[in-house]
Design a binder for this molecule. Sequence first.
Ligand SMILES: NC(=O)c1ccc[n+]([C@@H]2O[C@H](COP(=O)([O-])OP(=O)(O)OC[C@H]3O[C@@H](n4cnc5c(N)ncnc54)[C@H](OP(=O)(O)O)[C@@H]3O)[C@@H](O)[C@H]2O)c1
Length: 247
Amino acid sequence: MTAFLILGATGSVGSRLARRLIDNDCNVFLAARNAERLQALASELCCPSAHVDASDPGSFVKCFEEAAGTLGEIAGAANCIGSLLLKPAHTTTDDEFHATINTNLFSAFATARAAGQTMKRNGGSVVLVSSAAARIGLPNHEAIAAAKAGIEGLTVAAAASYAGRGIRFNAVAPGLTRSQMTRHIWEKKTAAEASVRMHALGRLGEPDDVAAMIHWLLSNESSWITGQVFGVDGGLSSVLGRTSMAR
Ligand SMILES: NC(=O)c1ccc[n+]([C@@H]2O[C@H](COP(=O)([O-])OP(=O)(O)OC[C@H]3O[C@@H](n4cnc5c(N)ncnc54)[C@H](OP(=O)(O)O)[C@@H]3O)[C@@H](O)[C@H]2O)c1
């Protein structure tokens, strides 16, 4: 069975991806920060697991090694770790900025580096997660937009470095998706309605919308695709919102 590593596996997107891969007869190695949530998910899905934390650089390569040691050579990895800071630059502290960069950009870099160090024989697919905020100016997104734009640069550079080894690097860039991270937005009626209006397709994303694209990018169906960033965003980054309805 094909084996994949999911970092940030306990998150809304990460756990949807795990279920999708398992439903498609893949082996999955789960990696996440919160030990209790990881243990619960690993028991429920009967998957091997390990601890990963963006503030512990060595934990990434350990996860890749343990995944390969447990399941055999992995065919790919997805980094679903992330956070959301909604503040304009002038109220963002140094600590908040660095934490945002660490959780989002550094975790993606550590994933790419660990893939380069460990996926040496058969190539594979690595998927990173950016955000629509990297491509369209959204107010109060300066730190997270900077971190996610960095992930898009990382994606194309790593795609170039590792193409010769058959490792593909792609990213997905979600719009507002109904996950744990954004619960404080979509649970409030007025904030949810305003957010929906920004997405031309007239709804917020579901974790499975994002997981489906990651799944496809991990699979051989996308074997001729590398160095790309795919908006999974209901049109947020490229299409005017619901203010401009067709008649
Ligand atoms: N939801 C959206 O609207 C949206 C939009 C654009 C991009 N994204 C991106 O989509 C990806 C998936 O997020 P999600 O929507 O599924 O949110 P989520 O449910 O909140 O999942 C985020 C995951 O990141 C993990 N995490 C946070 N800080 C970490 C750290 N320092 N070290 C290791 N793990 C850490 C969390 O683990 P713990 O359980 O330990 O906290 C959690 O598993 C993220 O990259 C996010 O930035 C989401």
